[in-house]
Design a protein around this ligand. Sequence first.
Ligand SMILES: Cc1ncc(C[n+]2csc(CCOP(=O)(O)OP(=O)(O)O)c2C)c(N)n1
Ligand code: SF4
Length: 270
Amino acid sequence: MSISQDYTDYIAWDRLPHMWCPGCGNGIALKGLALALAKQGIPRHKVLMATGIGCSGRAGSYVSFHSFDGTHGRTIAFCTGINVAQPDLKIVAFLGDGDCGAIGGNHLLHAARRNNDLTVLEINNFTYGMTGGQFSPTTPAHSFSSTSKHGKVDYGMDMCYLVAEAGANYVASTTVYHTAQLNKFINEAISTRGFSFVEIASPCPTYYGRHNNLRSAPEMMEWFKERALPKEKYDELTIEEKQKYIMRGRLVQRDREDFLTMYMNELNNE
Ligand SMILES: Cc1ncc(C[n+]2csc(CCOP(=O)(O)OP(=O)(O)O)c2C)c(N)n1
Ligand code: SF4
């Protein structure tokens, strides 16, 4: 198979048009991945996109390389198995905040702790898009959703700090408004051996936006522009203030041995 160097080679154009609403951010994140794969010249037969259930999960249908559609919340667990069976594959999980933060949160933490060689792109639209706009673990406190009509009473979870503390080799966060940074972070994540994680704040004007007075895609993009703070500034905020802002920056970049390397070393030392 030939080496692809144009991002368009990684998109399954014959499967378009896509099913995402106008103004949805999933396509921008997907393009960021395609650009990174092209930049690194990774052959299509060496990449696997793993998705779960959700609007973000449809991304696997729009790529021209291997894709795998897992059950809701379990995709990362499947990825850890695929990684040890097919270590030469570049595995990228493209998951919603509900999928990898709620039902799949346990798998996320343990894959980060084990430092399995895979990349997780968390498309954080602050809601369960596919099922009608219920709140998710990343929905900020006081936000409105179809299950918090009077305002959400618990705090949104900081996924990046959790994954970083669990042991991932690479953790970064940005928004689809900040495309240059988004493309750079995805590129760095897929170049990392071990567990890498990029949280990507992404507009869902249909649900999160509609419930929170951000009814159009441009309004949501303005919100990201104003509310996404560089990490140094974000870190100065109180836990209450953080509910109103999004962190933009890289938390971790290290080269701790990944799970499979450690495993093989242990075997060889016996
Ligand atoms: C085991 C299981 N539980 C619940 C569901 C219902 N379900 C489908 S998608 C979804 C949440 C989607 O939200 P998210 O993962 O954030 O993705 P988005 O649609 O926002 O991209 C839920 C709860 C399911 N399909 N399977
Ligand atoms: S419901 Fe939200 S997340 Fe789903 S496709 Fe529409 S805008 Fe995107």
